[in-house]
Design a protein around this ligand. Structure first.
Ligand SMILES: [Zn+2]
Length: 233
């Protein structure tokens, strides 16, 4: 059995599922999965068709950026994933997409406001938006600096309670405790972005969801008093 077989398989499966979710046009998306104890993550190789991916194709990268195993070049977004694993303790998987409605908010430079219970089930507040990268940051180390502006935006936020970010002018990064959970949250993010867009078309001055309703929905799924779903799920 190959080393890091479990994260290779989890990562491969999630990347194969990604185009079927409708979240990805062409090749604008990738998934990585971390082995936290080893400090190594598996990520999609660059430029390989999703449906052709095999676990052995996954590239293994350590948190210092060294390639530990893999013959192929890793996704060009690898430094962003690496920066986020270093910043966000407890995150085991990261999904990057350019899902259209979420990107509409990122391109319009607007965070996604928390307007209803679908949003409140997944995010403890608005989905935050990063600042623009400077020309110097873009020239210096673009993908790493993309991770930096996300980490900077989360200085006063808990990434486990708000498991997604909009990168201004670009796309979304979403994370979770497993690839399956991160993919689910990426789907939820796109759904709430579409709902928010329609809501704001109908009622541009719509205020956020009432606090009590937000708290009810977020807390029944997250934290010590969670009771939604089945034990262990
Ligand atoms: Zn991108």
């Amino acid at each position: 059995m190959k080393k890091f077989q479990a994260i290779r398989e989890e990562c491969c499966e999630a990347n194969r599922v990604l185009p079927k979710t409708g979240l990805v046009d062409l090749t604008f998306g990738n998934v990585s999965v971390l082995d936290a104890a080893a400090g190594v993550f598996a990520i999609k190789p660059s430029g390989v068709a999703y449906k052709k991916l095999k676990p052995a194709d996954m590239v293994l990268v350590d948190l210092d950026g060294k390639i530990v195993a893999g013959k192929l070049r890793p996704s060009s977004d690898t430094p962003t994933h690496r920066r986020l694993y270093r910043a966000f303790t407890g995150v085991r998987s990261i999904v990057h997409t350019h899902s259209r409605h979420a990107v509409a908010f990122a391109q319009a430079a607007r965070e996604i406001p928390n307007l209803g219970t679908t949003h409140a089930d997944y995010f403890d507040g608005p989905v935050p938006l990063t600042r623009a990268l400077t020309a110097e940051e873009i020239a210096r180390d673009y993908e790493w600096e993309t991770g930096n502006v996300i980490a900077e935006r989360f200085r006063d936020l808990n990434p486990l309670d708000v498991p997604a970010a909009l990168v201004r002018h670009h796309g979304v990064f979403v994370w979770g405790g497993s690839a399956q959970k991160a993919l689910e949250t990426a789907l939820a993010l796109e759904a709430v972005a579409q709902m928010a867009l329609w809501t704001l078309q109908l009622q541009p001055a719509m205020p956020p969801i009432p606090k009590a309703l937000h708290e009810k929905h977020f807390r029944r799924k997250h934290g010590p008093k969670a009771y939604y779903g089945q034990d262990g799920s």
